[in-house]
Design a protein around this ligand. Sequence first.
Ligand code: PMP
Length: 417
Amino acid sequence: AKPAGPTPTVVTRKAKRGDRFADLSELKDVKTQQAVADLLGVQNPFFRMHDGCAGATTHIDGETHINFASYNYLGLNGHPEVAAAAKAAIDHYGVSCSASRLVAGERPIHRELEHRIAEFYGVDDAVAFVSGHATNVAAIGHLMRNGDLVVYDSLAHNSIVVGATLSGATRRMFAHNDLDALEEILIQQAHAHERVLVAVEGLYSMDGDFPDLARLVNMRDRYGFWLMVDEAHSLGVLGETGGGIAEECGVDPKDVDIWMGTLSKTLSGCGGYIAGSHSLVEYLKFSAPGFVYSVGMPPAVAASAIACFDLLKREPERVAKLRANGARFVEQAKAAGLDVGTATGTAIVPVMVGDSLRAVHLANRLLTRGVNALPIVHPAVPERSARLRFFLTSDHSFQQIDHTVAVVAEEHHGLAK
Ligand code: PMP
C-alpha cells in the first residue's frame, strides 16, 4: 500500500503560446503613452533613424539637419585620425578581444588607454569597462554594501542610482547642486555608517550646470567620505584645455577619490573608466562583476579613444570653440526671451518649455524647419520642467546657433500656451 501523505498539488498554470510578454502591465504604460500621443497627432520623436556620422549636422530621411542631439562635443567622431586608429587596431587585433581581460582578453592597447586616462588625471591607474552605464553600476555596486551610505545629487544619472541601489547601502539624495543640503545629510547620518560615498557629476546632462568641486573637496576632507565624480559630459568640455571639472574649478584631481567617465562623448566610442589609486583600480579589476565577467573593450574603441586624447592635447582650440558656442547659445537664447534654467553656457543647454506634450510638439516643429533637438520629458525630468535639450559641438558655427535660437524662439513663442 502507498504511504499516507499530502496529495501533491497539480500546477495548473500552463505556459501560453505566442508573445508571452504581451500582457505585461509595465508594457501597457508604454503603450498608453504612445496611444495618447497618436490621439493628439504628435509624432514620436524617439528612435528616429539617422544615417552617417552625426555631428553639427545629421541626416534623417535623406535630409540634412542642424544637429543638437549628439554627444560629439569636440567633433572627433568622424575625424580621419580617429577612424584610422580604429581601423589599424582592427587590422591588428580583430574586432573583438574575445574574452574577459582577466582570462585571455588583455591587449596592450587596453593598458595604453588606461595609462592615458590615469595620466590625464595625474592619478595612479585606471580601468576601462565596456559600457559607461555598467561602469557606475559595477563600481558603486561593488564598492559599497549594506551598512554604508551613498549620497548623490537629485539629477544624478540613472547608472549612479542603479549602482547605489544594487550595493544594498542606504541611499540619500540632495537637491540639485545644493551642497548645504548635502552637508546637512552628512552631519545627520555620516557617523552612523561605516563607509560613505558622495557621487556627483562633472557636468549635469539635464541642466548643463556643474557643482562647486572645491567645496566638495573641502567637505570630503572634513567628513572623510569618498568623493566620486562622473565626468561623462565634462571631460574635454570644462576647463581651459578640456581638463574637465578639476581644471574648471582649480582643484587638484588627486583630491577626488574616484574619477569616473565614459568614452561615449568627447572620446567618440563607448565604454567607461574608473581612475584613482592603485588599490581602487586593483580591487575593481580583480573583483568587480561588470569587469571580471564581461568581455574586454574592443581594441578599436580603445585605439580611437587614445587618438581622441592626442587630438585634445594637440588642438585645444576645439575646446575654446565649444565654449564659445555654448556661451553664444545661452546669450542668444536669453536675448530671445527663452528660459535656459541654470545652464552655464558650455556643451549642454536646456530650453525650458513647461510640459511634455509641448516639448514633443516643439521638437517636431523644429525638425520640419531643419533643426534636430530632442525633447526631455517626464519621467526623465519633472513634468513642469520638460524641455528641449541642445548638445553643442565645436563644429557648430555661430550662424547655425543664431539661426537655431531664432527658430526655437519663433516656434516656442508662437505655440499656443
Ligand atoms: N554617466 C552619465 C552622467 C551619463 O550621462 C551617461 C550616459 N549619457 C552615463 C554615465 C552612461 O554612459 P554610456 O552612455 O557611455 O553608457
